[in-house]
Design a protein around this ligand. Structure first.
Ligand code: PEP
Ligand code: MG
Length: 756
């Protein structure tokens, strides 16, 4: 009831503001009237509008309540004072005691010292801050969330005036003002490596909302319903498209998407905004602005991605409301283009012609974002978190995207363009050279064969088996399919995934690692863990043993999928033999269960562990007697061995995997495994570096598992080495006192013509 009254009140004010906007008088006069009306309506002694000017300065443009002489004199930089903080964070503030806030910046000319409470919201338009709207009260006042919401709605009306170019000159409104057409380099983070060049195309499906205040909420609600159902049908159609149906992960991502499209909470918020007096477009925009604000506050990568999906969806909904379903994807595009977007959903990326799309630049994004997963599958370089990319890149600009160094060159000079062209050509030739070794064996000059396996975890990785000529999958990270879904996959869904992996691998072996979640690998549908040190926290086998149902379901699916062939399964992060025993007991239970049910069984079951926790090194005899194979996960093992967080950039150079300690340990491990007749492989990142891989085969490793792109370079190294002399050289090397043996190994390679 009360809510209904609030909505009616809000609608009344919005209409009055709209009438003022449409009425006579200069823009300044209209703004003066507006702040007066707002102050009266929200019962505040002060209402002020600050407008953004060139150079990121907020100028007091109109005020009811502050001293008139302060208007057009008081200026705050973005980030300065409470008003500047609201603009910098694009986030509302509501403070009962504003003056004791650490950001408070007192401006004597305003006379504001007598006002105790302050509520302010950004004036936003298409995601950009155009100003700040503030109300102040003399007495202490606790502004409610509803009041903040209402002020945000009012600010949307003001955004129209601020963007009109009548208050400040249109030139000042240009975000890239002053930057001109000089070459420019922007830095970001690497979301997918690679190097590409093309003409900038702005993705920009966002629509600028011109009509903010609605005539009739019922008409707007009907328009919303119509647009939502049109959007849902369009997503269904995309899902049904034949080439989507073929690629498993893309489909899963779109399913997640459909779920959001039906999300009641999201739609309810839009509906509420319409009831408060906004048009359907303005309501979607408002909820989108809120989403963006939430996104800026959230550090959890998975939640951020879900919110990015919502943003994508809101863009689509805007298209449907506008009665056009088009994005840049539908227009005529350059033959080779680089797509630039603030954020983007996976479905939107798939709208573009894959042959012409050369790279992607995003202002948002994280390596595990769905859009990055899809871009990796399309094999295009992606640089994310590029600040102001949309404002600073113009459509038609030539752009170079360096996904290796996470850099974007805009309007690059002749020299950079030439260097990039040469680099792209070299890489193409390199790829061709690797393609030549694809069918040749990975065998040393003195005829010692080495097994090269792939690390993977998505169906999209499987074609690499053929492309690279790898002899199997040494590490299938089962958590990846879990990470891109919106809910826990059922036994049936898991069985289907594992079956497809095995089918596509043909007669090549696949080693499945059971779920390694926790640490930096979070599942969107599991509660976030509050581990202080996640890498050493509740993860991998620890979760599996504490929540055995999850492991049982996974093993059940693996047993079913491997019917009639060998099942190879390994457990991650095992710290002691007792843990292996527990996991093994669960596996045996599932095998018994499958037998009892009369289901077809795997031809054999081989069990291994990932050696990642140093404690296990002191139980090798007991461990190896119980194992069919051992995999060394050096990514984790090395960080635990040196007590050195691998994610800490300050320590990045501190310890080297090619140190006497690590290589000595690995050599001993490899010879103990040989003694016990247990095959050993290594699947950490070092296996994929030609020099590191050379050191590993020099101390006895014969099976290495690595990312697809590393197979060519590592095989080329193997085919250029005489293993005998290398082994001899390494035997004398490990007692050295050096921090790293890398320089000796590099010199050896150089002296012996080994391609590293
Ligand atoms: C490792 O730790 O070396 C490993 C291969 O596992 P992940 O990188 O998946 O933790
Ligand atoms: Mg690991």
């Amino acid at each position: 009831m009360e809510q209904g009254a609030a909505a009616t009140g809000s609608r009344r004010l919005l209409r009055r503001l709209r009438d003022v906007m449409a009425g006579s008088g200069t823009a300044q006069q209209r703004l003066d009237t507006i702040v007066r009306l707002i102050a009266a309506d929200v019962v505040a002694e002060v209402c002020s509008a600050y407008i953004m000017r060139a150079g990121e300065v907020l100028e007091l443009f109109a005020s009811e309540g502050l001293r008139p002489e302060a208007v057009h004199h008081t200026r705050l930089r973005v980030g300065e004072g409470l008003v500047g903080a609201i603009a910098a964070n694009a986030r509302p503030l509501a403070l009962a005691d504003a003056q004791s806030h650490p950001d408070f910046a007192y401006r004597p000319e305003t006379g504001e010292e007598i006002y105790q409470s302050l509520m302010g919201v950004p004036i936003l338009r298409s995601g950009r801050v155009l100003g700040v709207l503030v109300v102040q009260n003399r007495t202490r006042r606790n502004y409610s969330d509803d009041e903040v919401e209402a002020l945000q709605t009012i600010a949307m009306v003001l955004a129209e005036l601020a963007a009109s170019g009548d208050l400040v000159s249109p030139i000042e409104l240009q975000p890239s003002n002053g930057i001109g057409l000089l070459p420019l380099r922007l830095d970001g983070i690497r979301l997918n490596s690679g190097l590409a060049m093309g003409i900038a195309v702005m993705h920009e499906p966002r629509i600028v909302v011109h009509q903010v205040v609605a005539e009739d909420p019922e008409t707007e609600l009907a328009r919303l319903r119509h647009a939502v159902s049109a959007m849902q049908s369009a997503i269904d159609a995309l899902l049904a498209a034949s080439d989507m149906a073929a690629s498993g992960e893309h489909r899963d991502i779109l399913e997640t998407y459909r779920m959001f499209a039906e999300d009641r909470g999201w739609l309810n918020r839009i509906t509420e905004a319409i009831r408060s007096g906004l048009t359907a477009e303005a309501a979607v925009q408002k909820v989108q602005d809120d989403t963006r604000v939430r996104m800026s506050q959230i550090t959890d990568p998975y939640l951020r991605e879900r919110l990015a999906d919502l943003e994508d969806l809101a863009n689509r909904l805007q298209q449907h409301l506008a009665g056009r379903e088009t994005s840049a994807a539908d227009s005529e595009l350059p033959e080779e283009f680089v797509l630039v977007a603030r954020s983007m959903g996976p479905a939107e990326l798939l709208d573009y012609d894959r042959r012409c799309l050369k790279a992607l630049v995003l202002e948002e994004g994280s390596p595990t974002a769905h859009v990055a997963v899809v871009a990796r599958a399309l094999d295009i370089p992606v640089v994310g978190r590029v600040r102001d990319a949309v404002a600073r890149i113009d459509a038609g600009d030539p752009v170079v995207v360096d996904g290796f160094e996470a850099q974007v060159f805009i309007r690059p000079g002749e020299d950079i363009q030439q260097a990039v062209e040469a680099n792209i050509e070299t890489r193409r030739m390199q790829r061709e050279a690797y393609a030549v070794v694809r069918t040749q064996p990975a065998i040393s000059l003195d005829r010692v064969p080495i097994n090269l396996h792939l690390n993977g975890g998505l169906l999209i990785d499987l074609p690499h088996l053929d492309e690279t000529g790898a002899s199997g999958i040494g590490l299938y990270r089962t958590e990846l399919p879990f990470m891109i879904r919106s809910s826990f996959p059922t036994v049936e869904q898991q069985t289907a995934i594992y079956r497809r992996v095995l089918e596509q691998a043909g007669d090549r072996p696949v080693t499945f690692r059971t779920l390694d979640i926790g640490g930096d690998k979070l599942l969107p549908y599991l509660p976030k863990l509050e581990d202080e040190n996640p890498a050493m926290g509740w993860r991998a086998i620890r979760i599996a043993l504490d929540r055995p149902a999850m492991l049982r379901h996974q093993l059940r699916a693996l047993i079913r999928a491997a019917e009639g062939r060998e099942l190879r399964v390994k457990f991650p992060m095992v710290a002691e033999v007792a843990e292996l025993e527990q996991a093994r007991a669960i596996l045996d239970m599932e095998i018994e269960r499958a037998k009892r049910s009369g289901a077809g069984m795997p031809a054999a079951v081989k069990v291994g562990v990932m050696l990642e926790v140093p404690a296990l090194l002191w139980q090798l005899p007991a461990l190896l007697r119980r194992l069919d194979f051992l995999s060394v996960g050096t990514n984790d093992l090395v960080q635990f061995l040196f007590a050195c967080d691998r994610g800490n950039p300050r320590l990045a150079e501190r310890y080297d995997a090619l140190s006497p300690a690590v290589l000595g340990l690995l050599r001993q491990l490899s010879s103990t495994c040989a003694e016990y007749g247990v095959p050993i492989s290594l699947c950490g990142e070092m296996a994929g570096d030609p020099l590191d891989a050379m050191a590993l085969i020099g101390i006895g490793f014969r099976t290495l598992s690595m990312a697809p792109a590393s197979i060519g370079p590592v095989k080329t190294m193997i085919r250029s080495v005489h293993l005998g002399p290398l082994e001899q050289f390494m035997a004398g090397l490990l007692d050295r006192p050096d921090h790293s043996l890398r320089p000796y190994l590099r010199a050896f390679a150089q002296d012996h013509g080994i391609v590293v």
